[in-house]
Design a protein around this ligand. Structure first.
Ligand code: ATP
Ligand code: MG
Length: 410
């Protein structure tokens, strides 16, 4: 347990590892007292490929957050993301056991267990179960059935699964960096916490996170995460194209992309004024923003088209009523929104703004969203304590996740 119940979050990204440390306030908001950032060299396309480098990055981001907060971090919640995550919709049904037919915490626990029964390939494992709604005697749309009367309790849930190997690598890296794991939080849920309004989530909206190595497409509707897909494409591909096009190294291309890049070359200046050194020679030459952007535009277009195809696969030929919200590093690129409006044939497109009391840097938005998600989920984590158990009490859902984490980390 961290000092004074502080909540800590870790986001292991392809570009950076970020750590956030928040102190819950009585009004339900968080006071962010520590932040840490470290380049992440051991992650490709959201998957850990080098354990030692990743452990080092995590430890160094943790240290930075500790220095800022002035005390040691012992445990943290970890953002779960990447190509290996899948959601399966499933239902669980149980009979309410108490004589007075009042639904209690243990019924909730049993029904969640029942929803866990899915056929999985041997290389996958269940990481979490997210209840979407409960159904009591056929009445749908119930968010918390504890205390209600009923005979038959059903849950419509999402079972989050991951490839065992990539999950174990993530958990192992966090543990080896000296941190115990409190739980895992799906990145899309953390992101939605700070990037979407309740109305958008209710009406229907796509949240698209374009990162370094991956693009995450999440559909929210009726207040819930409905679908999720992670695509192996992101800003690193743009950098690689630019490096090849300009015949310069990756690091320089990355720097130029961020400084001068435009998603649409027609929006860029045509005057050649950017100095570039060609690889293998000392010769300097001048290129225009337009030439530079001409290497970015096709890849940016490709990313959007792949996202659109994915949405069509999910059953959305056109955008849902609240449209599309972009986030992730690539959404900082000038002109990306203009291009998105053309590709998605809609003006219902915006870039997520991020302004959580005192922090404006969107780099931390996943980790801060994660802290808010954990804070908001406290009631769910304490469902067991609120109910009055009549018989032997089984471990709660979060406890089981913790036990399971301990099992697989050992
Ligand atoms: N101003 C900018 N213009 C263009 N691209 C940018 C800008 N700022 C950041 N990027 C790009 O965004 C990408 C990193 O995004 P982000 O920080 O969201 O990734 P990540 O979360 O670490 O990665 P992933 O989600 O794939 O694991 C990099 O490719 C970076 O070059
Ligand atoms: Mg990311």
């Amino acid at each position: 347990m961290n000092r004074k119940n502080f909540v800590v979050g870790i986001d292991v990204g392809t570009a950076e590892v970020r750590v956030g440390l928040g102190e819950p306030r009585p009004d339900g908001t968080l006071n962010i007292v520590g932040l840490g950032l470290s380049p992440s060299d051991g992650v490709r396309k959201g998957v850990i490929v080098d354990l030692d480098k990743t452990i080092e990055s995590i430890a160094s981001a943790i240290e930075e957050a500790e220095r800022m907060a002035g005390f040691k971090i012992e445990s943290a919640y970890v953002a779960l993301k990447g190509l290996n995550i899948e959601l399966i919709n499933n239902r669980g049904v149980v009979a309410v056991t108490s004589e007075d037919r009042e639904i209690r915490g243990e019924d909730l626990d049993r029904v969640m267990q029942a929803a866990k029964v899915v056929a999985l390939p041997t290389d996958r494992e269940i990481v979490d179960i997210i209840p979407r709604e409960f159904i009591v005697d056929g009445f749908e749309g119930i968010r918390d059935p504890v205390g209600m009367l009923g005979v038959r309790l059903e849950v419509d849930a999402q079972v989050v699964t991951s490839l065992i190997t990539s999950l174990h690598n993530l958990l192992r890296c966090v543990n080896r960096a000296g941190i115990n794991i409190n739980g895992l939080v799906l990145q899309a849920l953390a992101n939605a916490e700070v990037s979407l309004s309740a109305d958008e989530k209710e009406l229907g909206v796509f949240l698209v996170d374009i990162g370094g190595g991956t693009t995450e497409v999440a559909l929210f509707q009726n207040g819930k995460l409905e679908q999720l897909s992670v695509l192996p494409i992101g800003g690193d591909h743009i950098t690689t194209d630019l490096a090849a096009g300009l015949r310069t190294n990756h690091q320089k291309a990355e720097e130029l992309k961020k400084k001068y890049g435009k998603a649409m070359s027609s929006m860029a200046e045509s005057e050649p004024k950017i100095e570039i050194k060609t690889v293998g020679s000392n010769e300097l030459r001048l290129v225009s923003e337009r030439e530079l952007s001409s290497f970015i535009e096709p890849r940016m277009q490709e990313i959007f088209h792949i996202v659109r195809e994915e949405m069509i696969k999910m059953g959305w030929q056109y955008l849902p009523p609240a449209g599309i919200v972009f986030r992730g590093g690539v959404s900082s690129m000038n002109g990306m929104l203009e291009m998105a409006r053309l590709v998605f044939e809609s003006d219902q497109a915006r870039i997520a703004d991020f302004d959580v009391i005192g922090i404006k840097n969107p780099i931390y938005s996943t980790v801060v969203g994660l802290l808010y998600y954990v804070q908001r989920q406290q009631p769910r984590m304490h469902i067991q304590e609120r109910s009055k158990p009549i018989k032997k009490k089984g471990p709660g859902l979060w406890q089981r996740i913790k036990d399971w984490l301990t099992d697989i980390v050992d």
